[in-house]
Design a protein around this ligand. Structure first.
Ligand SMILES: Nc1nc2c(ncn2[C@@H]2O[C@H](COP(=O)(O)OP(=O)(O)OP(=O)(O)O)[C@@H](O)[C@H]2O)c(=O)[nH]1
Length: 340
């Protein structure tokens, strides 16, 4: 059986720049066979000239509704059909990019890749990329809960259109995005000019040891000699608060008891799994030489042992949960009680 196809899910509110990013990618694609599944209510947004030039690009449109509403049906069927055609040699692609409509909640789409058996074997979800329009994201978050869900699910966030806002507006947008998802790295891009390796092949669903929080954002300018510049978040902005239902919560501790942390995770997933969008932990287990990694999307969870602790390292545990309506104080108490 051939290797699983790497899938990137592109999300972001209406007009956030998804198609612009795709067009930039296609214009700079080095002929790698790629398929794009578009869910755009019939509108052909991908630049036709680019498509004609790119013989290794296949665009499939899913136009009878929004993927998040028909996820068990049309979306799964469209993916299966693409896989059938690939197996029959009618479609060639090593990579699949799914562009969702700006109004789609990524939750059911992400889950499809883990729940459907055939898709789970043939496709490997690489990462969820969310685009956020620096000019409009604050209003979109105020008015549309789905905008927070898109950001909450993301492994990486691309902040677009910063050329249209002043520094103050950008800083506010960044602080709010970071409060919803403090784990995803943020890259500021203009007109889709983003090197492909910054949003493709991130392996975000692998059980890796990394549970760092983003401390700032990267500025990408295609015309710049320097390809990327890191800028820490402003301290003052971090104090501001908004009432987005979705938020990132960080739980820190030292050594944990294996049975207790197992029971805590199981109980959280059973009680609150529907409201836990994404979570990841790198945990130090008493009397165990390796890190315990836990990673999940709602009720789909994976555990594994990662790299060994070095003698010089202090064994600390960190769990980050991006969720909504969570009884955080109660969860903090329960998490703390799993310490040895
Ligand atoms: N000034 C500026 N305009 C941008 C930038 N990125 C995208 N745009 C423009 O924003 C508009 C919307 O971009 P699209 O790429 O169509 O956005 P989309 O997310 O695909 O939109 P939907 O498919 O409707 O959800 C287009 O006119 C783009 O040219 C940017 O960084 N700066």
């Amino acid at each position: 059986m051939s290797e699983a196809v790497s899938v990137t899910l592109l999300t972001g509110f209406l007009g956030s720049g998804k198609t612009t990013l795709l067009n930039y990618f296609l214009a700079h694609n080095d002929n790698q066979p790629v398929a794009i599944l578009e869910n755009e209510f019939g509108a052909v947004n991908i630049d036709g000239a680019l498509l004609r030039g790119g013989e290794n690009v296949n665009v499939v449109e899913l136009s009878n509704g929004c993927v998040c509403c028909s996820v068990r049906g049309e979306f799964t069927a469209a993916l299966s059909e693409m896989l059938d055609k690939r197996a029959a040699g009618e479609l060639q692609f090593e990579r699949l990019i799914v562009e969702t409509t700006g109004l789609a909640d990524p939750a059911p789409i992400v889950q499809t890749f883990f729940v459907d058996e055939r898709l789970r074997e043939a496709l490997r979800l690489d990462a969820v990329i969310a685009l956020a329009d620096a000019e409009h994201i604050s209003r979109q978050l105020d008015e549309h809960p789905v905008a927070a869900s898109q950001i909450g699910f993301a492994d990486r966030i691309l902040l677009t259109k910063s050329d249209r806002v002043d520094e103050e507006t950008k800083a506010r947008a960044l602080a709010r995005i970071h409060r919803i998802n403090s784990k995803a790295e943020i890259y500021e891009i203009v007109n889709g000019e983003c090197p492909a390796d910054l949003w493709l092949s991130l392996n975000a669903f692998e059980l890796t040891d990394n549970v760092e929080l983003a401390g700032g954002f990267h500025i990408i300018r295609a015309d710049s000699q320097q390809s990327s510049r890191f800028q820490p978040f402003r301290k003052a902005q971090a104090k501001q608060s908004w009432d987005d239902a979705i938020q990132a919560h960080v739980f820190d501790a030292g050594l944990l008891d294996l049975k207790k942390i197992g029971a805590f995770m199981e109980s959280c997933i059973a009680r609150f799994g529907n409201d836990m969008l994404r979570y990841k932990g790198v945990l130090a287990i008493a009397e165990h030489p390796q890190r315990l990694i836990v990673q999940g999307v709602h009720k789909v969870v994976g555990f594994d042992y990662g790299s060994a602790w070095q003698p010089t390292e202090s064994r600390t545990s960190r769990l980050v949960i991006i969720g909504r309506y969570l009884p955080i104080e109660e969860m903090r108490r329960e998490f703390a009680a799993t310490a040895v």
